[in-house]
Ligand binder design. Structure first.
Ligand SMILES: Cc1cc2nc3c(=O)[nH]c(=O)nc-3n(C[C@H](O)[C@H](O)[C@H](O)COP(=O)(O)OP(=O)(O)OC[C@H]3O[C@@H](n4cnc5c(N)ncnc54)[C@H](O)[C@@H]3O)c2cc1C
Length: 496
């Protein structure tokens, strides 16, 4: 294969959105993706196949530092983790860009304010065809454009939950969602969160961004292409080669620009594997500051009422996002999970009999509590040969305890006599970020504020690894907005 101008490694939210932002610029672009495209199969809407048999999980094992191997919930398909995501497309709040004190420590300031990313958030919302409404959420930052589509409607039990929360003086709001509900349900009556998207119902890296990028004949996707390492010039100033395997063959590409978009964990692992002390790592921060929200599931059960929702996931609550409600420090975000069932519960709760789990799931409204994880250099992704070692040091767990307490009280007050909660498994790094962070100072950040390596000027890292903070909202829209901003920077500075 002739060397293209640009190689993007990974076709998830970061890589595919960057490609969409570059489409039409005239440069030849190859996207190297280790996975294949998902195609419609019955397992895609089968909760037993997905949650009990792990049909879509990768075959690989990672290891906890000093601990046992585990099979990670990290997905390798065209479109990456977003193929299974909940499609909640939130903006970070304006306050998330400034230094913010939490119960567990300080969340540092970004190198630029919210206003810098705002136009790119609007463009990302258009690209991902986000459904939402403005005005209900007191933490919603300024939008220069309204959402392109009205919100996904609440199902009747959720409309009731919304009214119950309002009657407590809270401010429930519609979740911003990249979901075309009619199209999604036409392929099967299920929720979409953690279900693979094999059609056009969910706007993900492939269906929204990559589809746009591939309209440009200069953009080509290579699947089954596993990048193993990068090589740099002897003076270390630029990247000269990408070594990858495809169909059993070792291959090399040497483009002018390299964009690493393999996801926060794999991008760090590729950089660390590529040289003795890692590439792009004069700061010694590659792989460090690994964050992945502190989160818990909370089931509000009323044995007198069935919850017959199919998808459920339309409501959020940010009343405790900036303060604990008593003038104290922030707690976090509350949003609905996709409607859970007995299969999903039994994948996580081993000792309770199945009939009891089915009963609980039929009578519960299921919430997701999410709190900010703070950057800690000892929270790390490391490599062991070709393997990945995860040393996640959770921070700020006080916020999760506080959020669980106040939500338990609220849900009891709104009529649910039983409220159960359980933290999410440590081994599902769904909101992984921070491992190749951006910052103005090359001594403390591998990337500059344009996601360009301080060390190698023809290398960009454009995935959730760049995020200097995790905030307490879902990350994908912020990754997409930054990808569009970075594509614009590449065009303006005539890098492409
Ligand atoms: C179950 C689940 C639910 C989620 N729900 C939400 C949600 O509702 N809202 C939200 O904002 N976020 C959600 N997320 C997180 C969201 O999916 C990620 O934040 C987002 O996908 C990150 O984009 P990325 O570009 O960093 O990585 P990814 O989108 O994961 O893309 C990385 C890509 O790189 C490829 N790749 C990896 N290694 C290599 C290699 N060596 N060579 C070549 N290619 C490689 C992968 O196959 C993948 O395609 C969820 C995640 C999961 C797993």
């Amino acid at each position: 294969m002739a060397n293209p101008d640009i190689v993007i490694i990974g076709s998830g939210i970061g890589g595919a959105t960057l490609a969409a932002g570059l489409a039409g610029c005239g440069a030849s672009i190859v996207i190297l993706e280790r996975g294949e495209r998902l195609t419609p199969i019955p397992e895609a809407r089968d909760t037993s196949a997905i949650f009990l048999k792990g049909h879509f999980r990768p075959k690989e094992m990672w290891r906890e530092a000093g601990g046992a191997p585990f099979n990670p919930g990290n997905y390798y398909y065209v479109g990456g983790n977003s193929k299974l995501y909940g499609a909640v497309l939130y903006r970070y709040r304006k306050e998330d860009f400034a230094e913010l004190e939490h119960f567990g420590g300080v969340s540092p300031a970004w190198p630029f304010p919210y206003e810098e990313l705002e136009p790119w958030y609007s463009k990302a919302e258009q690209l991902f065809r986000v459904r939402g409404s403005l005005g209900d959420d007191p933490t919603e930052p300024h939008h220069s454009q309204p959402y392109p589509f009205p919100p996904v409607p609440d199902e009747p039990p959720i409309a009731r939950a919304r009214a119950e929360l309002k009657s407590l003086g809270l401010h429930p709001a519609s979740l911003p969602l990249g979901v075309d509900i009619e199209t999604w349900l036409a392929d099967g009556k299920t929720g979409w969160d953690a279900f693979p998207n094999t059609g056009a119902g969910k706007m993900d890296g492939e269906s929204a961004a990559l589809a746009e990028a591939l309209k440009d004949g200069n953009v080509r996707l290579e699947t089954g292409a596993l990048v193993e390492r990068l090589e740099a010039t002897p003076d270390g100033k630029s990247i000269t080669a990408i070594r990858y395997r495809q169909g059993g063959a070792a291959k090399t590409l040497s483009p002018k620009l390299v964009v690493l978009s393999a996801g926060a964990i794999n991008s760090a692992a590729i950089l660390l594997r590529s040289a003795e002390r890692g590439l792009a790592n004069s700061s010694d921060q590659v792989g460090r500051n690994f964050m992945n929200h502190n989160s818990a599931a909370m089931l509000a059960i009323d044995p007198r009422r069935r919850n017959n929702s199919v998808y459920q996931k339309t409501l959020s609550l940010n009343d405790y996002y900036l303060s604990d409600g008593k003038g104290g420090k922030p707690l976090g975000n509350v949003q609905l999970l996709g409607k859970i069932n007995g299969d999903m519960l039994s994948a996580n709760v081993k000792l309770t009999p199945r009939f009891a789990l089915d009963y609980m799931a039929a009578h519960s409204v299921d919430w997701y509590l999410m709190c900010e994880d703070l950057p800690d250099p000892e929270s790390r992704i490391m490599v062991d040969g070709s393997g990945i070692v995860m040393q996640w040091r959770r921070t700020n767990m006080e916020s999760l305890a506080g959020l669980a307490k106040v939500m338990r009280e609220n849900l009891r007050a709104s009529g649910y006599p039983i409220v159960l909660s359980r933290p999410f498994d440590k081994r599902t790094p769904s909101h992984q970020c921070g491992t190749v962070r951006m910052g103005n100072d090359p001594a403390s950040a591998p990337l500059d504020p344009w996601c360009r390596s301080h060390d190698h000027r023809n290398l960009f890292v454009m995935d959730a690894g760049f995020l200097p903070t995790s905030a307490a909202v879902n990350p994908a829209l912020t990754v997409a907005a930054q990808a569009l901003r970075v594509a614009d920077y590449m065009r303006r500075t005539e890098l492409v």
